[in-house]
Design a protein around this ligand. Structure first.
Ligand SMILES: Cc1ncc(COP(=O)(O)O)c(C=O)c1O
Length: 415
């Protein structure tokens, strides 16, 4: 089938330069100050906890004997990516946006040899092929997801039109398959996906790396056994599919599975349970949040992220405080614990209502109003670190739960 290639869209990172705020300016402005002296709301990241979280993942990697691929969408920064690569002992990442890809590929991480393998972890649409070919020349290995025939149709037409059928290099591809998450991925065990798999492995345009599943549904784990069950069912879905394809004459070598709960579970099982799996991937483990706490695979010492909020008004008559933040400072993602966040040091208070910029704290005991005043600051653990971090144009960095700002990290936003 000849599939018309749409106009190519661009990530406005090159050649004009993507406008991220100046780190230098922000470092001058904030480093050395106390958190309470910063404008709120603001995302606060504890660098020491980030490092320890990455070391835990490195321990899973060495116990299981599997390579780790770390997702950077959680923070979208060069600094946290570097800690992930160093401390999780890997050279492979996943990105969710091409802006993330450009940001890290253009940084010192590639030139220093720390970052070698970048996967665009979102099924690529045909308007982005220009960027894909551009990026694939800038890093040792650049991979994409394909989970539908039409993407391959469009790639073939694009290569014909653009390169006379002979592109400068093969594009590395993971076939993304669905394992119960119901998000992206080809349906397994049906004729359409066998046909796609056959086309992928025989395409002269591609180098097929393997199969990729993402067990996002494992966030429903509520204890270690639950997470191990999700891990086993993800493993079985991937291995059964590999066998099904092999029985149909299509050979895939590598299998990458994961999500933070299933990768944490991989550290709990014997390495023989992961035979046939070649790679584990995870992202949220870097910062963690209330959703991850609810899986009971970590305790509060693994929480690297909080939102710094300030009391803007107080209503003792209704046991309520008004803080800044709101839906634009937290996102409206839910967590099994209910509400939108846990206020550090104040277990009785509830953050159970958000308007655009308003955070409404309720159930504040009357005696607490004797010590809490307008202007006080609090740190709040958010429900979902990835979405909350994405609300901020820069992060204040602390070390080991200190209250002094030691660095500022600037994420890349946009697509
Ligand atoms: C393709 C892909 N791989 C890996 C991950 C990492 O998952 P988690 O953040 O649960 O560790 C995600 C997260 O959404 C993803 O979309």
């Amino acid at each position: 089938m000849v599939f018309a290639v749409p106009t190519q869209t661009t990530t406005p990172l090159e050649p004009i330069g993507f406008s991220v705020p100046s780190k230098e300016y922000l470092v001058n402005m904030y480093v050395g100050k106390k958190l309470r002296d910063a404008r709120t709301p603001r995302l606060v990241v504890d660098r020491a906890v980030v490092k320890r979280n990455c070391e835990k993942i490195a321990a899973v990697s060495s116990k299981s004997g599997k390579k780790i691929r770390v997702h950077i969408k959680t923070h979208k920064t060069i600094e946290a990516t570097e800690i992930q690569l160093d401390s999780a002992k890997t050279d492979a990442i996943v990105v969710s946006t091409l802006a993330e890809a450009y940001y890290v590929i253009n940084s010192h991480l590639v030139s220093s040899g720390k970052l070698k393998d970048v996967l665009f972890g979102f099924p690529v649409s045909p308007d982005r092929f220009d960027d894909i070919y551009h990026l694939s020349q800038k890093v040792e290995k650049f991979c994409i997801f394909i989970d539908h025939d039409q993407t391959l149709d469009a790639l073939e037409t694009y290569c014909e039109e653009k390169f006379g059928g002979k592109p400068p290099r093969k594009i590395n591809v993971y076939m993304k398959v669905e394992c119960g998450n119901g998000r992206a991925g080809a349906a397994i065990n049906n004729d359409a996906s066998v046909n796609l798999a056959k086309r992928l492995v025989s395409s002269p345009l591609l180098n097929v790396v393997g199969l990729y599943t993402h067990a996002g549904h494992s966030y429903a784990s509520r204890d270690r056994d639950g997470a191990v069950n999700f891990l086993k069912s993800e493993r079985d879905a991937a291995l059964d599919y590999k066998k099904f394809l092999a029985d149909n004459g299509v050979q895939f070598d590598n299998i990458s599975i994961g999500a933070t709960p299933t990768v944490m579970a991989a550290g709990l099982v014997d390495s023989t349970e992961l035979e046939g799996i070649t790679e584990l991937h995870a992202g949220s483990f870097v910062l963690n949040d209330r959703q991850q706490l609810a899986t009971q695979l970590l305790d509060e010492s693994g929480l690297a992220v909080t939102v710094l909020c300030r009391v803007a008004s107080r209503y003792p008559e209704r046991g309520s405080l008004l803080m800044d933040g709101g839906a634009l400072g937290f996102s409206k993602d839910a967590a099994p614990q209910g509400g939108f966040g846990t206020i550090v040091g104040e277990p009785k208070w509830k953050l159970d209502k958000l308007a655009q910029e308003h955070s409404i704290v309720t159930e504040v005991p009357i005696e607490d109003f004797q010590r809490v005043n307008v202007g006080d600051v609090f740190r709040v653990v958010p429900n979902h670190c990835c979405l909350t971090a994405a609300c901020y144009e820069f992060f204040l960095i602390i070390e080991d739960n200190g209250d002094e700002i030691v660095d500022v990290w600037v994420p890349v936003r946009g697509w």
